[in-house]
Design a protein around this ligand. Structure first.
Ligand SMILES: NC(=O)c1ccc[n+]([C@@H]2O[C@H](COP(=O)([O-])OP(=O)(O)OC[C@H]3O[C@@H](n4cnc5c(N)ncnc54)[C@H](O)[C@@H]3O)[C@@H](O)[C@H]2O)c1
Length: 261
């Protein structure tokens, strides 16, 4: 008998939205390393292709499908293309997301609509497109990226927190409705992870104070640093694997001790 070790995903087909950058990119590379065939769904074609090429360079199989997750026709088209290319779907990771630094007073109607469109509607559209394919294959896994902002108050993240709270509720709703069809649905709630997402909002919101703000973002976690995207990806691999078969409907904190204090 060949012993391939735990957390293997050989032959499974996984779609990762937002797979072109940051946490999504790290998840693409980790899933491919575990033997999954990975569809990278990102609106940024160059980033998506870059992640797929890196997965291939490391010996995995991945292909990019350009798609804005907030547009139903693009999402449905992309999932049809994934099915045509790979023939099945076993795992969906909803990682595409955007942020904003503002209190409710500084949040416009357009801001909230934009955050909702990507973070909530995008997760809804992709999950809805994936579910019949997961079920057709005998079941599968949906893994969403929420945030600790769904669990505790995080200053100046009004619209972002509202949408990540919705992702948590969406996770539990899908988990209960599709449990009997062998679909597990969980979400990860990270504290600060050092990705281009973080670099961009520091650059845009705190020009000239980047180093100071990054140091305070690191200090926010009691462990004294931001997480690395690969650390989130390791948790994602576990939650997508058969070893996590008993876990569904959970919001799993990934918090560096933030929730302790
Ligand atoms: N970085 C953090 O500290 C942190 C903490 C908690 C939760 N998260 C969540 O993790 C996820 C990934 O964050 P990240 O830091 O890796 O971000 P990132 O900005 O590095 O990557 C996000 C990716 O999503 C893609 N994307 C954005 N809008 C899209 C759309 N409409 N359609 C398709 N693709 C789209 C972008 O092109 C990009 O490749 C997000 O949902 C974010 O809210 C991040």
């Amino acid at each position: 008998m060949t012993e391939r070790g735990p957390f293997r995903l050989d032959g499974r087909v996984a779609a990762v939205t937002g797979g072109g950058s940051g946490i999504g990119r790290a998840i693409v590379l980790r899933l491919a390393r575990q033997g999954a065939l990975v569809a990278v769904l990102d609106q940024d074609a160059a980033a998506g292709n870059g992640a797929a090429e890196e997965a291939a360079r490391l010996g995995g199989t991945a292909e990019a499908f350009t798609c804005d997750v907030s547009r139903a026709a693009e999402v449905d088209g992309a999932f049809a293309n994934v099915a045509e290319r790979f023939g099945r779907l076993d795992i969906l990771v909803n990682c595409a997301g955007i942020g904003q630094v503002a209190t409710i007073a500084g949040t416009s109607e357009a801001d909230l609509d934009r955050l909702y469109a990507v973070n909530v509607k995008g997760t809804f559209l992709c999950t809805r497109a994936a579910l019949p394919r997961l079920i057709a294959g005998g079941g599968g896994v949906v893994l969403n990226l929420s945030s600790i902002a769904a669990l505790i108050g995080v200053a100046e993240r009004f619209g972002y927190s509202v949408t990540k709270g919705a992702v948590l509720a969406l996770t539990k709703s899908v988990a209960i409705d599709f449990l009997s069809q062998n679909v597990r649905c969980n979400c990860i709630c990270p504290a600060r992870v050092h990705t281009p997402f973080v670099d961009k909002f520091v650059r845009e919101n705190y020009p000239g104070r980047e180093d100071e703000v990054k140091a305070s973002l690191a200090a926010y976690q009691p462990v004294g640093r931001m997480a690395e995207p690969e650390e989130v990806a390791d948790l994602a691999v576990y939650l997508c694997s058969d070893e996590a078969a008993f876990i569904t409907g959970q919001a799993v904190p990934f918090d560096g001790g933030v929730l302790l204090v």
